[in-house]
Design a binder for this molecule. Sequence first.
Ligand code: GTP
Ligand code: SPV
Ligand code: MN
Length: 605
Amino acid sequence: MTVTAPPVTSSFAVPRDVAEWVDRIADLAQPRDIVWCSGSLPERRHLIEELVEAGTLIPLNPDLRPNSYLARSNPQDVARVESRTFVCTPREEDAGPTNNWREPLAMREELRSLFEGAMRGRTMYVVPFAMGPVGGPLTRYGVQVTDSPYVVVSMGIMTRMGAPALSRIAEGAAWVPAVHSVGAPLGYGETDVPWPCNPTKYIVQFPATREIWSFGSAYGGNAILAKKAFALRIASALGHDEGWLAAHMLLLKVTSPQGTARHIAAAFPSACGKTNFAMLRPTLPGWKVETLGDDIVWIGPGSDGRLRAINPEAGFFGVAPGTSRETNPVAIDMLARDTIFTNVALTDDGDVWWEGLTPSAPDHLIDWQGRDWTPSSPEPAAHPNSRFTVAAQNCPTIADDWDAPEGVPLDAVVFGGRRASNVPLVAQANSWEHGMLIGATLSSEQTAAAEGTVGALRRDPFAMLPFCGLHMADHWADWLAVGSSVANPPAVFQVNWFRKGRGGRFLWPGFGENIRVLAWMLGRLDGTAPGVDSPLGTLPAEGELDYLSAGVSGEEWGELMSVDRRALFAESDDTERYLSTFSPRVPVAIYAQLRQLRVRLASGE
Ligand code: GTP
Ligand code: SPV
Ligand code: MN
């Protein structure tokens, strides 16, 4: 076995514990060689060259899409695999009813036999990374080993990867070890495939020992272990012990024409609109929205007595379908260069295309599986979970303070999902505790971001269903506790861009028009929008949200904002049954809030 890039140079001192761990994993997985990643530009260029040579990355036309590439995954490896995601707490009851659990020792044994020789014939890359700005007070560190150069290049976009992170670890910063293999060892002389993976997949978190092991997939959150595995699952356990929160949220800054700026974090389940909301281009004159993050936020009490928030990531891994100049012009500009696209379609002139990019499809494409495609083809040209990977710096609306080490003060948190019925466009919770009930009982129609039946309504508490590294009800308790640890917790709102009217049409135009909802929220924060009470909380009073200018008729507005007490009461019965599945850990405040909601719904208040 050869080791490239010396493990010890003046600028690249390898901490002994990291070196020992790497040796142990190498003994087990038996890679052909080991490469320590410094995060340098030449290193990145070299990796990309190799990926192009291997056929994993297809260079796009540099005149149309400079420094950009297309990857086509194996059709069996296109989304997160929740059924193969495990949270291995020492005691089963600590993983809770929403996680797959295995006894840690038994799982370690299973992993040991899976990983034995798993990297044979491949290079094992050692990828040190920081979540948050290197050296920042809220920043955490990790080291991922992987036998996928595609994953290394992705980690280089999504995290602060390389030597500076390793230096911090050498100085004594705690680090999370993450082991990743595509599970496709190469025999001597055997030729590789562009997207090696294994039909058997394991995404395993050990929250108690803060370790991650992933086998068999190179796609997204299955493989970019800094993202969901670390920054949500392990981080929710870290936060539980240390008094902060890991949230599946976007983070934005909105500034009114009067110059009032507010920071807002919003939790929507996968493929329910975080990237779009974070990059909203306002249709209202004088308003400005800037982007801080599109997927993950860490929230904790600041020394100023307010909650503060950081985006621990350094890039965006966003859903391609539906992204267009009409829906998300900011993203379209962001994707003009330096982007890796995965599972989108290829145009005849060497550019990318996906459903929704243009009103009509080109006459001919190569689809995400490399097959000829025409508008009469029965299947979509791009996979519904096709994605782009791009650096946060490339976002034209990235906020100045997006990488402030101490984070930004949080003024409001928002919960949303895809709900064809029952949930109005916007409502403000009566209190932090009421907001936590909304978060804990959030439900949404399932999307293509994970395996499963698209469209099925499921509970997705705090949009964390597949991302919580502890008992879900303990996570709710963490939210309640972190909120009550500050004098003035953020305001809490619920939104729903996806309510449908008769004929199945969305009642609300969404996207840039969502600024009207943000503007109303700022009115609530400033005390200029009195609102009206409803069983669900405060709703916009007539005249507070100009829906007519958004193209919504008075009748449609009535449907969009209707509070159907009977349907909501029935839903609250289901909520009660749902909460009982977390018994006895449901915080009393959550039950108290549900009781109050039911009284409000029943009393006609
Ligand atoms: P993850 O990266 O999986 O966590 O997804 P996300 O929450 O960032 O979702 P994203 O913003 O990528 O949106 C997913 C899909 O929802 C896209 O196809 C969007 O076009 C669509 N979408 C986003 N915002 C809106 C909206 O306001 N209205 C409607 N109708 N669709 C929206
Ligand atoms: C999600 O599914 O919520 C994502 C994509 O953000 S992945 O990184 O694959 O989890
Ligand atoms: Mn996500």
